[in-house]
Unconditional design. Structure first.
Length: 177
C-alpha cells in the first residue's frame, strides 16, 4: 500500500463508555503543543461550568471552544427549538471547517444531533466528504450513524466496562466536568 504521511482525518469517538469528549480534548491538547489551532464546537451545553472552558482560555491564542446548543440536552421537550439550535450550530461548524484557520475542528456531540434527526445525516456526510484536505475533523457522541462511520478514517468505540455513576458516585470536578 502506498502510505501517505499526511491526510486530514475524519475521526469518530463513539460508544456508551466514558471518554469520547475527553479523548477529543486530549488530541486537541497534543496539537496545541505544536501551536496548531484547534476549534471545538459543542452541540450540547451542560449545566455545569466545564473545566475545559476555563482551560481553553489559557490557550486562547490557539484554542477556541464554543458551547452552542443552549439548553439543548439529552431529553428536552422542545424538538423544534432544538432543531433550530442544532442547525445553527452546524452552520457554525461548516464556517469553522472552511475557514482554513484550524488544524483540528471538533464537533462535540454532533452524533446526538444526528441521532435525533436535528441534522440531516446526508448533509453532514456530503459536506465532510469535501472538507479541506489537510484538516482533521473529530466527531463525538454515542450512536454515531453508519453513514458517518462509513466516511470516517478512524473510528473508536468507547465501551463501558464500569462507570462510578452506577455505584452511586456523582460527577466529579476535573473528571466529568
Ligand atoms: P467525557 O466528557 O467524560 O469524555 P463522554 O463524552 O464519553 O464523556 P457523553 O456521552 O458525552 O460521554 O456523556 C456526558 C456525561 O455522561 C459525562 O459527564 C460522562 O462522564 C457521563 N458518562 C459517560 N459515559 C457514561 C456511562 N457509561 N455511564 C454514566 N455516565 C456516563
Ligand atoms: Mg461527550
Amino acid at each position: 500500500m502506498n502510505k501517505k504521511n499526511k491526510k486530514g482525518l475524519i475521526i469518530v469517538n463513539t460508544g456508551d463508555g466514558k471518554g469520547k469528549t475527553t479523548a477529543a480534548l486530549g488530541t486537541a491538547f497534543r496539537a496545541l503543543g505544536y501551536d496548531y489551532k484547534v476549534c471545538m464546537v459543542q452541540f450540547i451545553k451542560g449545566s455545569w461550568n466545564y473545566g475545559e472552558l476555563d482551560a481553553a482560555k489559557k490557550f486562547s491564542d490557539n484554542f477556541e471552544l464554543i458551547p452552542m446548543g443552549e439548553g439543548f440536552t439529552w431529553n428536552t421537550k422542545d424538538k423544534e427549538r432544538d432543531t433550530m439550535v442544532a442547525q445553527r450550530t452546524w452552520e457554525l461548524c461548516k464556517e469553522k471547517i472552511l475557514s482554513g484557520k484550524y488544524k483540528i475542528v471538533v464537533l462535540d456531540e454532533i452524533n446526538i444531533a444526528l441521532r435525533y434527526n436535528y441534522l440531516d445525516v446526508h448533509d453532514v456526510m456530503n459536506f465532510l466528504k469535501k472538507k479541506p484536505q489537510d484538516l482533521h475533523v473529530i466527531l463525538t457522541g454515542r450512536n454515531a450513524p453508519p453513514e458517518i462511520i462509513e466516511i470516517a478514517d478512524l473510528v473508536t468505540e468507547m465501551k463501558e466496562i464500569k462507570h462510578p455513576f452506577k455505584s452511586g458516585v456523582k460527577a466529579q470536578k476535573g473528571i466529568e466536568y
